[in-house]
Design a protein around this ligand. Structure first.
Ligand SMILES: [Zn+2]
Ligand SMILES: [Zn+2]
Length: 376
């Protein structure tokens, strides 16, 4: 089992000076827990990524805090590394109950991402692990029904474009939009009635690259790392040589890079963000959102980049074999059959667009309005 898949452990562990790791259950494909970090200081505690929305996670959070002699009322700040529900889930309720401020990047958004002149929703934009990683474990065991509902709601609001007209448009590359299961659709209707304000956090303090946050009694620099999402931030503490990585850099899996983004070339943005963190000197402890702490930040950034370079080479080879082909056709060669679908296509599209922009691929739209790529 990959470490990111391990179920949440009860123990609260100290991973640095005034930094505690609290593991919270999540039931998303390929992931068994999310790490919430508690950074304590004389005023109380700041939490980074307080897990999924829903009462079950909240109860777990309360009991984990109690183990460290902390309570919800002690939380003065919540830092959300990016706009995925397993990271921002608890923030809205903590803000209500503790009066905590909620800190996120200035671009923080859970809305559909505009892509050039396209206005499609990406069904995969809010997935976590890459398709490769998902393929390794078919069905995640669902052990938290409420968390599932919360995630369903978050995911389904992205599966289902808001108007029938947009629904008929499919994906930017001319593929079929993923259809959510009926159970999810029903839940989605139910959640529409409740309204999303209950669980979607209002960011009270927007931050930018280079901003300094005072946490755990010392200074942490905000590092903006677009790629996995446009609004992703990491935190760097030069004094204690620590780095909060969120989903940007995970110990053994690679984060999903969606082809539908505000960026023309989201994969390139991810590469630049990997280079950016690899250059940070003297990091000794990296604390990721999933999996265990590790120490080689630059090495891990490099190997994630290498993984994508191999995928780009594989796509070039596929293009030579297939000749002009659609994103779907490329994805069917690139991924195993059980991974086929919108998520695989989205990641393939990101790679093909990266090649096209680098001059290594050409594209045209065929009569069926599908994008057809040729690689050199
Ligand atoms: Zn994420
Ligand atoms: Zn995550």
């Amino acid at each position: 089992m990959k470490q990111e898949q391990e179920p949440a452990k009860q123990e609260v562990t100290e991973v640095g000076d005034n930094v505690l790791r609290l593991e919270l259950d999540i039931s998303m494909p390929g992931l068994g827990h999310v790490n919430c970090y508690a950074l304590t200081d004389k005023d109380g505690v700041a939490l980074v990524d307080p897990g999924l929305p829903g009462p079950k996670t909240y109860e777990t959070l309360v009991s984990r805090l109690k183990q460290a002699d902390l309570a919800i009322k002690d939380i003065h700040s919540v830092i959300v590394t990016h706009s995925h529900p397993d990271h921002f889930g608890g923030a809205a309720r903590i803000a209500r109950e503790a009066g905590a401020k909620v800190i996120g990047h200035a671009n923080f958004s859970f809305g559909p991402a505009p892509h050039h002149d396209h206005t499609h929703d990406d069904p995969c934009a809010h997935s976590e692990a890459s398709v490769d990683d998902l393929a390794a474990h078919d069905e995640a065991e669902v052990h938290d029904e409420e968390a599932l509902e919360a995630v369903s709601k978050a995911v389904v609001s992205h599966y289902v474009p808001s108007t029938p007209e947009r629904r008929s448009k499919g994906t930017p590359w001319g593929g079929e939009s993923a259809k959510p299961p009926l159970k999810m659709l029903l839940k989605w209707r139910f959640f529409q009635l409740i309204g999303k304000s209950k669980w979607y956090p209002e960011i009270s303090d927007h931050v930018h690259a280079g901003d300094v946050l005072k946490l755990a009694g010392r200074e942490w620099f905000v590092v903006h790392t677009p790629g996995h999402t446009e609004d992703h931030i990491c935190l760097h503490d030069p004094e204690n040589k620590m780095f909060v990585a969120g989903d940007h850099i995970l110990p053994t899996i690679t984060p999903h890079i969606s082809g539908v983004s505000q960026r023309v070339d989201p994969l390139n943005a991810f590469f630049e963000s990997l280079d950016q963190v690899a250059e940070i000197p003297d990091v000794e402890s990296v604390i990721p959102a999933h999996g265990h702490p590790f120490n080689d930040l630059a090495g891990r950034a490099e190997s994630i980049k290498h993984h994508h370079f191999e995928r780009l080479d594989a796509i070039k080879d596929i293009g030579r074999e297939l000749g002009p082909a659609s994103v779907t056709d490329f994805s069917h060669k690139l991924f195993k059959k059980r991974s086929w679908g919108a998520m695989a296509e989205s990641e393939t599209y990101a790679h093909l667009e990266h090649l096209r922009i680098a001059g290594d691929a050409e594209v045209y739209e065929n009569k069926e309005r599908k994008l057809i790529y040729t690689t050199g």
